[in-house]
Ligand binder design. Structure first.
Ligand code: PLP
Length: 392
């Protein structure tokens, strides 16, 4: 038994981040400034994107993407129910209607057939989430989008450095939003990055800072540096140099951090493969997952414990876990507003009953990983109670 608690997903920060942060504080420039610009440039260069817009969250990026596509009341956006609510909340924010659909059982990504069935004459865009870092089936979704003239927004909160058919997520012509929240593969504490075509990013950039258009300075005045024009009622979504300081150093370590994630994934697979009551996440041949999550399926019919008991037993063994996600249609707001009921999205609901995410972050030692494996194996070996009353 461990003596200390193993947190589910702490940030992986070192002296480089601390030094860069101190340097930022000493520089006197702590809001958006030179480091944010450098972070955008280095991010774009690292992945080969045309450009990148640093923001204060991925949610902000998704919201701006919808604004850039001019979506609003009367429009429908198709989104998976198996996602974090942020992917869908933003659709509400622009006044459009989120149309939830079910996911594929294997990857928990948008089921292209379900998407096709949900398209109406009001459908304007697809919100494509790359669940756990495993890219969604982009070739089918792109085809559908072309056929019905739909925009695509990629929620790549989990998918930094993931690849689909050899192409890095974020390089497609779609507006793509990454998250640098504390638990994500690269963190700036809070933060996000939007990638996509340069004209779209320029529009998003104006929206991200109160709707101030720098070029309008030239167009409307010869008044000097203090003059500005608000061309749209924008938002306050920019990143700060304090956040970019972390991002610059995290970007430098990203390859190393990803390599460590892959090693841990291999160790989990080797250590858990023979357990029939535990389903392991897969990776399709034509993709490279970013392995943000390692979501296992606790098949309680074959086990002595329910999923909720499994989580309690892990906590008792001092191992933090999480559940990704409570499907969006099961949240109070969405079921109330749109009348969604349990039973409508069987794949997501069945997954939700079984899902547990194991700790997966570069700070895990081999010993930590073997503690996790040991704990899962121990729980699976608990003698079955004779009369099993309920799944709870
Ligand atoms: C974390 C997350 C977001 C939101 O990211 P923020 O940077 O916190 O706004 C959006 N979508 C998914 C799938 C996420 O996991």
């Amino acid at each position: 038994m461990r003596t200390t608690f193993l947190p589910f997903s702490p940030p992986f920060l070192g002296s480089e981040e601390i030094e860069e942060m101190i340097d930022t504080l000493r520089s006197g420039w702590i809001s958006r400034g030179p480091k944010t610009t450098r972070f955008e440039e280095e991010f774009a260069k690292r992945f080969g994107c045309d450009g990148a817009l640093a923001l204060n969250s991925c949610t902000a990026g998704l919201h701006l993407a919808l604004r850039v596509l001019d979506l609003g009341p009367g429009d429908e956006v198709i989104a998976p129910t198996m996602t974090f609510a942020a992917s869908v909340n933003v659709i509400e924010h622009v006044g459009a209607r989120p149309v939830l659909v079910d996911v594929e059982p294997e990857t928990l990504n948008l089921d292209p057939r379900a998407v096709e069935a949900a398209v109406t004459e009001r459908t304007r865009a697809l919100m494509v989430v790359h669940f756990g870092g495993h890219p969604a089936e982009m070739s089918f979704l792109r085809q559908l989008a072309e056929q019905h003239e739909l925009g695509i927004i990629e929620d790549a909160a989990h998918a930094i450095s993931a690849k689909y058919d050899g192409q890095t997520i974020g390089l497609s012509p779609n507006l793509t939003a990454f998250s640098f929240y504390a638990t994500k593969n690269l963190t700036t504490g809070e933060g996000g990055m939007l990638t996509g075509p340069s004209e779209s990013l320029e529009r998003a950039r104006i929206f991200s800072l109160h709707g101030i258009d720098r070029n309008a300075w030239d167009r409307y005045s010869s008044n000097g540096d203090w003059y500005y024009q608000v061309v749209e009622p924008g938002y306050k979504y920019n990143m700060s140099d304090l956040q970019a300081a972390l991002g610059l150093q995290q970007l430098r370590k990203l390859d190393r951090m990803q390599e460590r994630r892959l090693e841990i994934v291999d160790q989990y697979r080797a250590g858990l493969a023979d357990l029939t009551g535990i389903g392991l996440p897969t990776e399709r041949d034509h993709v490279e997952s970013a392995w943000h999550l390692f979501p296992i399926r606790v098949r309680s019919v074959e086990l002595p414990v329910s999923r909720n008991q499994f989580i309690e037993e892990m906590t008792r063994r001092k191992i933090g876990t999480s559940v990704h996600f409570v499907p969006v249609h099961m949240h109070a707001f969405y079921s109330r507003k749109y009348g969604y009921r349990v039973g409508q999205f069987p794949v997501s609901e069945a997954a939700f009953e079984e899902l547990v995410s194991l700790p997966l972050h570069p700070g895990l030692s081999d010993e930590d990983v073997s503690d996790v494996i040991g704990a899962v194996r121990e729980i699976c070996a608990i003698p079955k109670p004779r009369a099993r009353d309920s799944r709870q």
